[in-house]
Ligand binder design. Structure first.
Ligand SMILES: Cc1cc2nc3c(=O)[nH]c(=O)nc-3n(C[C@H](O)[C@H](O)[C@H](O)COP(=O)(O)OP(=O)(O)OC[C@H]3O[C@@H](n4cnc5c(N)ncnc54)[C@H](O)[C@@H]3O)c2cc1C
Length: 320
């Protein structure tokens, strides 16, 4: 049987803890799993929940630098050290689950890179059979399902598993791991041609967002426009799935909620799932060649045109 491990930063709160444990139960209902809780102090309550959810071992991986930190590189260093420290069962494939959501997906990808594993990202179903991980992923905004199989690990993934079922008492063995890593931020700054970096979505006064109607060249223009106007870049789920924009910039019900003054939506049809991520107080400016697109029902300004004609004209105007 493969080894199932969940890694949960305690600073991410009860929701992350319970959602990840629920995912572990869905993958491996009765076989038990190891839970690694990253934090600055041991939490008996969190260890108890993990144990009652079916963990057979709970490792509290502790370092003072983990207090309330959301910094991905710090969590990465801590998670790597913790995973290297817990007992491995020789030759078995391990599946490591991180909390579902953009932060967990980012940490899963960083861990896969650091530990020579496979990143499966956001899965809609996961099971392990005959030492192979079978994963289902949604693509093209949920219209398509991809079936993936991985038989060499470790495998890092996120899964939404519904509500966690807790028994009245758990039987996990509990361990304390003192982490020794220097949890300094180890950020690599990639110099862009423009020398400018995009600000985060949170707090941005202008968000320039692209959807399935925009290709790679169009996204490069959107980024230039966002930087030129002092705003930032976002995208719809299909744009994230297509690799046009990072998952941390996804706007919508399963991404981020934004409340800029202006939300420029380019090549976005205006589905409820997308608009759930845009504040009703934001003014939406939409560019779309389909006059029937739903986005025009909520837009303050609507431009019926393809991005190919509008974006170069806007940039020329901006440069002038
Ligand atoms: C549980 C669940 C959660 C979801 N969460 C999210 C979420 O968080 N965020 C999210 O965005 N979606 C989410 N979705 C997906 C959502 O249902 C839609 O599939 C998605 O929002 C559609 O994205 P889109 O507007 O980019 O693509 P589409 O709906 O395909 O629209 C593309 C638009 O581009 C236009 N277009 C085509 N060519 C051009 C051109 N040359 N120039 C300009 N426009 C052009 C088209 O007219 C069309 O209106 C979720 C779905 C589910 C089931």
């Amino acid at each position: 049987m493969s080894k199932l491990v969940v890694v949960i930063p305690q600073a991410w709160g009860d929701q992350a803890l319970e959602a990840t444990l629920a995912a572990a139960q869905q993958v491996n209902a009765n076989q038990g799993f190891a839970a690694v809780l990253l934090g600055s102090q041991a939490s008996a309550a969190d260890a108890d929940v993990a144990s009652r959810a079916g963990a057979s071992a709970v490792y509290q991986a502790l370092h003072p630098g983990l207090e309330q930190t959301d910094e991905a590189q710090v969590l990465l260093a801590a998670a790597c050290e913790a995973l290297r420290s817990i007992p491995q069962t020789g030759g078995e494939l391990s599946l490591v689950l991180l909390p579902p959501g953009p932060q967990g997906e980012e940490l899963a990808a960083l861990l896969a890179d650091q530990l020579d594993g496979q990143a499966l990202g956001r899965c809609v179903a996961l099971r392990v059979e005959n030492d192979t991980v079978h994963a289902e992923r949604a693509a093209w905004g949920g219209r398509m399902r991809l079936n993936l199989q991985v038989s060499a690990g470790p495998v890092f993934a996120c899964l939404r598993g519904g509500r966690v079922a807790l028994s009245s008492a758990g039987q996990a063995h509990r361990f304390s791991l003192e982490l020794h890593s220097t949890l300094r931020k180890r950020l690599t700054v990639v110099a862009k041609e423009s020398g400018q970096r995009l600000p985060p979505l949170e707090g941005a006064r202008l968000v320039v967002s692209g959807g399935r109607g925009v290709n790679e060249h169009g996204f490069a223009l959107l980024e230039t426009l966002a930087l030129g106007l002092g705003g930032t870049l976002g995208g719809s789920l299909p744009a994230v799935d297509a690799g046009m924009v990072p998952v941390l910039r996804q706007v919508g019900v399963s991404g981020k909620f934004v409340s800029p003054r202006i939300y420029l939506a380019v090549g976005i049809s205006g589905t409820l799932q997308h608009l759930a991520g845009v504040s009703p107080d934001s003014s939406i400016v939409a560019i779309n060649p389909d006059p029937e697109a739903d986005i025009f029902k909520v837009a303050t300004v609507g431009i019926v045109a393809p991005w190919e004609s509008m974006l170069p004209a806007l940039l020329t105007h901006l440069n002038a």
